[in-house]
Design a protein around this ligand. Sequence first.
Ligand SMILES: C[S@@+](CC[C@H](N)C(=O)[O-])C[C@H]1O[C@@H](n2cnc3c(N)ncnc32)[C@H](O)[C@@H]1O
Length: 190
Amino acid sequence: MSVVPWVPTPSIVIDYLLHALGVGENDVVADLGCGDGRVLLEFCKYGALGICVELNRTLCNIVEIAAKTMNVRDRIKIYCTDFFTMDFRRVVPRPTIVYLFLYPSTLEQLSHKLETEFDPGTIVVTLDFAVRGWSPFFVKSLVDENDHDRLVWFYAIGISNPSARKIECVNQDELNSIERNLCSRKFSFY
Ligand SMILES: C[S@@+](CC[C@H](N)C(=O)[O-])C[C@H]1O[C@@H](n2cnc3c(N)ncnc32)[C@H](O)[C@@H]1O
């Protein structure tokens, strides 16, 4: 399995996400492979809870120090581990947003785990690379500070994976959960 190296998300993407998703204190944001935590730390400043999962111990330590410096240490949980070995069904409070800046092959390997371990309606955001076979409900193109084109993909658990769509099924709880998570959110795509 190829290990995704640390490449940070550009600040223009973080600013866009904060605005587009209307991130606030009702959000629990999980970054699988959170690097130095820059995405989550910024979200925490807006009141969200952050769940950082990172394999690299040095980066985990950096997240910890930065969280203390920014006074958000109590708003971020740091799991210094391989996200493939985590059981996200046990994570409480439940994530409302999952952020992924990973290789396409890693996204593909993760897709079943995302579908089965996160709640219906959870928003999944990927940077640059799509989740193969899933249908995004929105895609944003941005130009970063180095003049590179970047793509941000927005998906929702229970809707975006055609082979696991819950929308036609009769489970009213899951439908209610999707509706609550998506319809109550003040998206502000621009
Ligand atoms: C492209 S970087 C993205 C960093 C951060 N999410 C951001 O956007 O700034 C990918 C990160 O995932 C971490 N990573 C790769 N495979 C992982 C795994 N199986 N479990 C946990 N972290 C992993 C790497 O160490 C690296 O920090």
